[in-house]
Ligand binder design. Sequence first.
Ligand SMILES: Cc1cc2nc3c(=O)[nH]c(=O)nc-3n(C[C@H](O)[C@H](O)[C@H](O)COP(=O)(O)O)c2cc1C
Ligand SMILES: C=C(O[C@@H]1CC(C(=O)O)=C[C@@H](OP(=O)(O)O)[C@H]1O)C(=O)O
Length: 391
Amino acid sequence: MKYVTAGESHGPEEVAIIEGIPAGLEITPADINFELARRQHGYGRGNRQLIETDTVTIMAGIRHQMTLGSPIALNVHNDDHNNWHDIMDPTKKATPENTLRKVVRPRPGHADLVGGIKYRHHDLRNVLERSSARETVMRVAVGAVAKKMLKELGIDVHGFVLSVGTAKGDINEITKYHSLADLRTVTEGLPTRALTVENDEAIRKVIDETKRNRDTVGGMVQVLATGVPAGLGSYVSADKKLDAKIARAIVGINAFKAVDFGNAFDNATLYGSQIMDEILWDEEQGFYRSSNHLGGFEGGMTTGGMLMIRGVVKPIPTLYQPMRSVDIDTHEEHKASIERSDTTAVTAAAVIAEHMVAIELAKAILDKFDADNMDRLKEQIAAYRQEVKTF
Ligand SMILES: Cc1cc2nc3c(=O)[nH]c(=O)nc-3n(C[C@H](O)[C@H](O)[C@H](O)COP(=O)(O)O)c2cc1C
Ligand SMILES: C=C(O[C@@H]1CC(C(=O)O)=C[C@@H](OP(=O)(O)O)[C@H]1O)C(=O)O
């Protein structure tokens, strides 16, 4: 399975094409719109989310709500494009009027300056339109298809906010669970529960204070995946390691600067005896572990335990009290430009991370098994699960 996205933040459309999804998977626009709505939520976002109602249009690859095995094409309209029609018109040449909102004072921490140097863009809007996290709407759309497929194979993926700034979320206790049954108990009622940041007083307070200070704040998210069979990915070559692919997928999300498995950042100071997951066996389960400190990976392969992936999201680069920058036309010192912006986007980031993990898991499954047809895929996975259990 592979996918590509296209789209500028204030351009007409966001687009994705996915190739390699098996035939016979039921997909409705509602499945995708549900996830798109989750990405739009989150206390601390700017006014853009009030303009958009992200809604998918299925352009190809699905007939009568069933995938055909052919490439799937998805679109999401940028409602804000109406306000940027002339500025972002793909068909008209540049004029003094339609380049009025030229950006020449790059924002530290955003892609503006380096993107401009690299592509010889002297209007940094040509950079920010694509480097914007608006594009993640399509990664979530693709991930929604992946999640639907995984769900049918008995695999669940959930993303949560662990903290925003110094405030820890009230769902932090989830990290100590390591079995599917445990997870199901605590995640009952998701995705509403995953969005409890909206009601978490400590987190709201941090965001309110940050906004009052005209500053921005980041945080930490976690993605858990249950029902994942042992043996996805491989130790045989570096580029086959699934934890490495997931790390890439997470750090590939705008503003993610760190990723770990289990609680690896904390584990840096512990002893081996405190973090290896002892191997046990019984008739009913086959091999299982006494704990899940390593987050469900050994040798780049899934162990059969719950996957536990954390990501650190840096604070939003655009500041309403801007930092020093330099005008790229005059080379004079100036405050960085201000674009409409979020105070924080950690809730959205958790949803995006969840979908990126789903995409990587779907790819790993489709690499390992015959991916032409959903029913055949289910049969193979059931047989494989049985083989693992009786090893
Ligand atoms: C959901 C989401 C929303 C974001 N919103 C903003 C924003 O409003 N303003 C901003 O400057 N950066 C925002 N960012 C972060 C930038 O997109 C990101 O920092 C930038 O593309 C530079 O890439 P890097 O941080 O990965 O190096 C957002 C990121 C995410 C994940
Ligand atoms: C549009 C989205 O996020 C955007 C990501 C973003 C950035 O620089 O990354 C900047 C802001 O763009 P705008 O100036 O249009 O408000 C965010 O709103 C979205 O998530 O749908």
